[in-house]
Design a protein around this ligand. Sequence first.
Ligand code: DGP
Length: 120
Amino acid sequence: MPYDNDNIFARILRGELPCNKVYEDEHVLAFHDINPLAPLHILVIPKGAYANTDSFAHDAPPAQQAALMRAIGVIAREQGLADNGYRVIINQGDHGGQEVPHLHAHILGGEKLAAMLVPR
Ligand code: DGP
């Protein structure tokens, strides 16, 4: 999938749209999801132009890949989620239910979450 420079998260990264920021470093920005599905619902995005996990995993420099994972752990501790636990979800493509075509990891927590998927 070619990267769409006008997707919502690209516009947030350029400062054209606001966000409720919780974390930022050289490689990563994180902010509250606009439609929270848990008491805490944070989106963690790379600053690079990667549409999804596929392009990020294959094309991003290792320092950027590591920074995304590291940021998830840092944010979870900062937000007080580490002790009781939380869930990290990345939706990829059509079957994964991805809506915004800029890679984003969801951090969900603040209460015991429902089962991830309905049993088949
Ligand atoms: P996904 O289905 O994995 O692509 O999740 C996209 C998420 O992005 C969804 O939970 C809602 C959130 N979202 C969409 N537009 C905005 C926005 O403009 N601001 C913020 N903070 N979140 C948004």
